[in-house]
Design a protein around this ligand. Structure first.
Ligand code: FAD
Length: 400
């Protein structure tokens, strides 16, 4: 038994006067410590434990196997992240609801029904019992007290979502443009009204990789004609991105999940905006700029840093410069990480270019692009004195 698990179990025994606890009660601090210790001790075999969970679920609900992807590494990793979040926020129903809501919405796309959640809790306990070292009655009681409200919140979120939206939308590709090397801009027409905000993203499924969903950000603000755009970069050996960039054509039909993500602008605040867009990350940043132009800047400044390796990668620069010429509140600064020909903007990484223009006190920051750029950018902004709450990006959304 690991030292952490032993310590957590002793705390549980001291707090509850022995094994057993109170079934039907919400988890307390001792339960969460014990559940967390079980997860920590599970680390070396976590993937096998999650695989066992899905094997049990598919055995009991064979209809679910057909709607999950052939390669299950993504769902296994996602489940583990969800469990960690549940342990971290298990004593805070509001925080738990915030994190589980998007998951319940995503699961609707897979055809998961309310009744599956209680069964999932049983399968999870069985998987943990099989792979968790030092698993005993107290560990099981702690996990059951944790999973009962989790299952209830998932059911509530899924039912609330079902009252308002379909599990997915069909969206026809009406235009497909190669914007730069390996980058395509797709224009889509959803089959029914599709609610979203600039800065959000949706999971997308292509006809060539059934049941494989990947998140893509919207590259434009909501438009009167209902069309929306995605900016996609083909990654080496990537399934969905290569299909969208090299295979999709006008007339093809994709599926879209509901819009997700909190990287949206508060138009009431009037706070100045600092936007970092690297590569196709300029998609949601451009969408945010369009939305501000639509609502009116109301005295706020918007500073956009647009990064690419080479000049040819700055495929949205002309469009943004045209907007900046029309709107005095907007400044656009291109940043190339590899030196271009004479007369081109200076070489450098996007976060360093932003740091050179500090101070940024009072700005709300929005970051989108490759994960290392977003992490480095967020770190630089914290060093520049921006509070964590003023820095928004979509990496955090995928923690659950
Ligand atoms: C919130 C959010 C928004 C996003 N928005 C955009 C956007 O607007 N535009 C955009 O282009 N991208 C965006 N992405 C990234 C996008 O979701 C995909 O991750 C990306 O397109 C790659 O998907 P894929 O299916 O092509 O690649 P995958 O098939 O997932 O493969 C990705 C890479 O991992 C490797 N790989 C896959 N499986 C394994 C394995 N089992 N072992 C080892 N290596 C493996 C592959 O070789 C490949 O290089 C966003 C991501 C997030 C989280």
């Amino acid at each position: 038994m690991g030292a952490g698990l032993g310590r957590a179990r002793r705390r549980g025994a001291a707090g509850r006067g022995g094994a057993g606890g109170r079934p039907g009660q919400p988890p307390d601090a001792a339960d969460l410590a014990l559940a967390g210790a079980v997860l920590a001790a599970l680390r070396p075999v976590a993937d096998r434990a999650m695989a066992h969970f899905f094997a049990l679920m598919f055995l009991r609900h064979p209809e679910l196997r057909a709607v999950f992807p052939a390669a299950m590494d993504g769902p296994r990793e996602q489940l583990l992240r969800v469990l960690r979040e549940c342990v971290r926020h298990g004593d805070d129903p509001a925080a738990l609801r915030d994190r589980l809501g998007p998951l319940a919405r995503r699961c609707r796309k897979y055809g998961v029904l309310s009744g599956h959640y209680a069964s999932a809790a049983d399968c999870l306990v069985e998987a943990l019992a099989r792979y968790g070292s030092g698993w005993d009655e107290r560990a099981e009681a702690a996990w059951r007290r944790l999973l009962a409200p989790v299952a209830r919140l998932l059911v509530e979120a899924a039912e609330e979502d079902a009252r308002a939206t379909p599990p997915w939308w069909q969206a026809e590709v009406v235009a497909h443009r190669q914007a730069a090397e390996g980058v395509a801009v797709l224009t889509l027409r959803p089959d029914q009204p599709y609610p979203f905000r600039a800065g959000q993203y949706a999971e997308v499924e292509t006809p060539w990789w059934p049941r494989v969903w990947r998140p893509y950000s919207f590259g434009s603000a909501p438009r009167a004609d209902g069309l929306l755009t995605l900016h996609v970069k083909a990654v080496p050996a990537g399934w969905v991105s290569n299909a969208l960039v090299h295979r999709a054509r006008a007339g093809d039909v994709l599926r879209l999940g509901a819009a997700e993500g909190g990287m949206t602008v508060d138009h009431a605040s009037g706070q100045d905006l600092l936007c970092l867009g690297g590569g196709t990350g300029i998609g949601p940043i451009g969408a945010l700029v369009e939305e501000v132009a639509e609502h009116g800047a109301a005295g706020r400044r918007v500073e956009v840093f647009y990064g690419a390796r080479r000049e040819a990668g700055l495929y949205r620069l002309a469009e943004l410069r045209e907007l900046a010429a029309r709107h005095r509140w907007l400044t656009v600064r291109p940043v190339l990480s590899e030196q271009g020909p004479a007369g081109c903007p200076p070489a450098g990484e996007l976060p360093e270019a932003v740091a050179r223009q500090a101070p940024w006190h009072g700005f709300a920051a929005y970051l989108s692009g490759p994960a290392p750029m977003v992490r480095a950018g967020a770190a630089v902004l914290r060093r520049c004195g921006l509070p964590p709450g003023a820095i928004r990006h979509d990496l955090a959304e995928q923690q659950v």
